[in-house]
Every structure is written in structure tokens, then in C-alpha cells.
Design a protein around this ligand. Structure first.
Ligand code: LLP
Length: 441
């Protein structure tokens, strides 16, 4: 009975619940958007807007779907910290048994702050690791360094020797496979700065094997992000397996294959069946690995947290320039960069749904840039000034890409777990921002 009164938006996290009726004939049912058992209108009243809200149930469900899809082979899930690095989210992920993929010393420090013991499930990727970052990772005892150049390998060897530590290494290979995604988040072609072409990788392995403080342990690949055609993963992994065979013949003891992250989500909300999607992804990844006796590392970010977050924002003003309509909201491109940076589409829905009337409008923020928009010429439910909107699928690369542009404080973030809603990052004040600066006199 209860189910009939709920309309699911992003199961199991976000759903509309029937609330009552407003007005007289024709009576309109009012539906209210919930995150798990928390009403978002009430939450926004308590905590203010713009407000990021995440669902713990969704994150757990995604982690567990990964676990079941890959149960056929030994694997470690290394959640990609860059997607959403809030301490409380990292704690939730660690609590579910996952490890982490980090790309900076800062991200590693976040992980260590949450759970020191997780260090042995950390992989360190990135094209520009510094000696200080390597030192931090060596002292923490991470699982694997993904190396991206010969000079980096030399620096790691020197740093490990100085510290009398041993570093497990993989070379991040650039397999020259097109990820068919946005050019800014595609990484697996020779024109990109990432990884080492397969023929050159062999020379790096030979170089690494000569260093007593380096332990050649694996191969690694990451071809891009927001990839929806899983055949691309199969192609990249098939090339990697070819390399593993060659390296083994050359005497290298390759135990790990790091398949990176990159599994896309549906921002249109059409692929609601994540289980089916992850099963297709698992088939694409596992196919080429059959019989290879490799421990698989996965670095998903967006597919774990993307659909688990919304950004709540209030309509400040309605405005019409000639015939063009605008909803000016209190969130801006400093809170959520994806539409401005990649032209990314994010569904926008009313938190209280009472009217069936729609309009074609832009949704824009208060920042002084034409690029400060969330939607253009979008058909949306008619919204009044003061109404609350939810921008969907912003759990990944949302708050983490935030800035202080126009001296706007970063938005607060809340984690919902059942009926509980906890502030996991308080709203940044102007004082917080000014504390870093001096007036010189
Ligand atoms: N591993 C490595 C080495 C990566 O560079 C990335 C993402 C991941 C894993 C996680 O990928 P995911 O599973 O989240 O696709 N800001 C962009 C996305 C940048 C992705 C960067 N690297 C966006 O908002 O679409």
C-alpha cells in the first residue's frame, strides 16, 4: 500500500511521497521528495540552502552490488576518493570493507584520518606525485603505486631507498583505446597525458625490476570516466592481459591488475537497474581476465556515489528577458561546476510537486558569468519564488569541485541514513575564507 504512494526517483535513495491535497477543484495531490526517511523540504528549512544531501543506503547498495558482481575472482574495491572525499563518506565506504584510490597526499591523509588500517588497501595514481607525497604513502604502507613515467619511477626508487622501505609498483598503461566520453574526462589515448604506451611500459618494468626497493606487482589502466559502452573496458583489458603475458614471460611476477574506474551512470535516470548495468560491466572486465590468476583492483567513483547525492537550492527570483525565462536560484557554478565545465546534464525536480503545469526555462545561479547555469531551455514544473528544487545525481564531482568564486562559501553537506540526517560538512562562512588572507598592513 505504502509503495503505491511512493514514486521512486533514484531508488533506494530518493522518492516522492504522497502528502495530501492542496486547493479545491480540481484537487491536486501534493508529493514531497524524501531522501530515505527524511523530508527534504524540512531539511532545507533546518540547514539552509544550497545544501548537498547524500544517501548512505544508496552508497551501501552500490558497494554491495560491486562486491556481488565481481565475486567470481579475488578483488579489492578501491573507491576513488576524488569523486567525493568528505570524511564521513570515506568512513562509510571503509566500514563496508572497501579500500581507496588516491591521487594526492591530501586524499591519502583523508583516508588515514578516517581509518589508518585502510592504508594497505590504498592505490596511489596520478601523473605528478611529489617526493613528499611518495614519502607519506611509503610510511603509511600503501598497497600499490601506479607509475606514469620513467622519471617518476626513479624518484620513487630514490625515496624508498632513502626511507629503507619497499614499494609495490604497477605501471599505468595508456592502451590507446577511445573511451567515447567527454574529451575532458577521456584519458586512454596517446594524445592524453596519462599512462605509458604499451611498448614503452616494458622498458619501465625492466627498470623497476633492477631496483631492490621496488617490487613489481601489477599492471594498471584507467581509460576515462562516465563510460557507458562497456565494450571499451573489454578492449582495454584484453590489451592489458596481452601485456601481462609478455611481462610474465620476461620474468615479472604480475599479481595485480588495476582496471581503474570509469563506469558511467545515467544522468537521465533511465538506467535505474544498477544490478543489470554492473553485471554487464563485470562481464566486460572479467571476460579477458579468465584463467589469468590475477587479483583485480577496481577504482569506481561516480558509480558508487553519483546517484546518491542531490543539491537542494531555492528559487530566489523569476525573471523574463524578452521571451526567455530564467529561474535564478541560490546555488551557483561554484557549488556545482559540471554543467558549466562539461555542459553536463543534471535532472532538476521540484521538492514539493503540486502542479502539473510546466514551462521552458533556464535555471541559473547568481554568479557574474553567463556560464553560471544548471539547465538551459529545460521543460520543468512551474516553480514560484521561494520554491525548493533538487538537482539530481551530484554525489560525484559535485561538492569536491566547489570553489569560493565570488566569495561564496562552500555549501553545507548532509548525510542521511534512514531517519537520521547529519551535517558532515558545515556551511563555509566568509570568516572561514578570510582567515587565510592578510591585508598587508
Ligand atoms: N581512477 C583514476 C585513475 C581516475 O583518474 C578516476 C577519475 C577514477 C579512478 C574514477 O573514475 P569514475 O569511476 O568516477 O569515473 N570531474 C569529472 C570526472 C573526472 C574523473 C577523473 N578521474 C566529471 O565531473 O565528470
Amino acid at each position: 500500500m505504502k509503495r503505491e504512494r511512493e514514486s521512486l526517483l533514484r531508488p533506494p535513495a530518493f522518492a516522492y511521497r504522497w502528502k495530501g491535497v492542496r486547493g479545491r477543484a480540481p484537487e491536486l495531490p501534493i508529493e514531497e521528495l524524501y531522501c530515505e526517511r527524511v523530508a527534504l523540504e524540512q531539511l532545507a528549512e533546518q540547514r539552509g540552502t544550497p545544501l548537498y544531501v547524500y544517501s548512505a543506503a544508496m552508497i551501501r547498495a552500490r558497494l554491495s552490488a560491486f562486491g556481488s558482481a565481481f565475486r567470481a575472482i579475488p578483488h579489492t574495491l578501491c573507491y576513488s576518493v576524488k569523486a567525493n572525499s568528505t570524511l564521513a563518506i570515506l568512513r562509510l565506504v571503509a566500514g563496508e570493507g572497501a579500500g581507496f584510490d588516491v591521487v594526492s597526499g591530501g586524499e591519502l591523509q583523508r583516508v588515514l584520518r578516517v581509518r589508518r588500517k585502510s592504508a594497505n588497501k590504498v592505490v596511489f595514481s596520478g601523473v605528478g606525485k611529489t617526493a613528499a607525497e611518495m614519502e607519506l604513502a611509503l610510511r603509511a604502507g600503501i598497497l600499490l603505486f601506479n607509475i606514469e613515467s620513467s622519471s617518476e619511477l626513479q624518484l620513487l626508487a630514490a625515496t624508498a631507498t632513502r626511507l629503507k622501505k619497499r614499494a609495490a609498483v604497477a605501471v599505468r598503461v595508456n592502451p590507446d583505446v577511445s573511451a567515447k566520453t567527454h574529451p575532458y574526462i577521456s584519458t586512454g589515448l596517446h594524445q592524453h597525458k596519462f599512462g605509458v604506451p604499451i611498448p614503452e611500459a616494458q622498458a619501465l618494468y625492466a627498470q623497476a625490476a633492477k631496483e631492490p626497493c621496488l617490487n613489481v606487482a601489477g599492471v594498471s589502466v584507467h581509460i576515462g570516466s562516465q563510460i557507458t559502452d562497456v565494450a571499451t573496458f573489454r578492449e582495454a583489458l584484453a590489451r592489458m592481459v596481452g601485456l601481462v603475458r609478455v611481462l610474465r614471460v620476461q620474468g615479472h611476477d604480475i599479481r595485480y591488475i588495476d582496471a581503474g574506474g570509469g563506469l558511467g551512470i545515467s544522468y537521465e535516470g533511465t538506467q535505474q537497474n544498477f544490478e543489470r548495468q554492473i553485471a554487464a560491466y563485470a562481464r566486460a572486465v572479467l571476460g579477458p581476465l579468465r584463467g589469468m590468476k590475477l587479483h583485480l583492483l577496481l577504482e569506481p567513483g561516480r558509480s558508487i556515489v553519483g546517484a546518491a547525492g542531490v543539491l537542494l537550492t531555492r528559487v530566489l527570483y523569476r525573471k523574463t528577458n524578452h521571451r526567455k525565462r530564467f529561474l535564478i536560484v541560490d546555488a551557483a557554478m561554484n557549488d556545482l561546476m559540471r554543467p558549466s565545465l562539461y555542459g553536463a546534464y543534471h535532472e532538476i525536480v521540484p521538492v514539493s510537486r503540486a502542479s502539473k503545469e510546466t514551462e521552458i526555462t533556464d535555471v541559473v545561479g547568481p554568479i557574474c558569468e553567463t556560464g553560471d547555469f544548471f539547465a538551459r531551455d529545460r521543460k520543468l514544473s512551474l516553480a514560484k519564488e521561494g520554491d525548493l528544487l533538487a538537482i539530481l545525481d551530484v554525489g560525484a564531482y559535485g561538492a569536491v569541485l566547489g570553489s569560493n568564486y565570488n566569495t561564496r562559501g562552500r555549501a553545507a553537506e548532509v548525510l542521511v541514513d534512514g531517519a537520521k540526517a547529519k551535517v558532515i560538512r558545515r556551511r563555509e562562512s566568509v570568516e572561514d575564507q578570510l582567515r587565510m588572507e592578510s591585508r598587508l598592513s
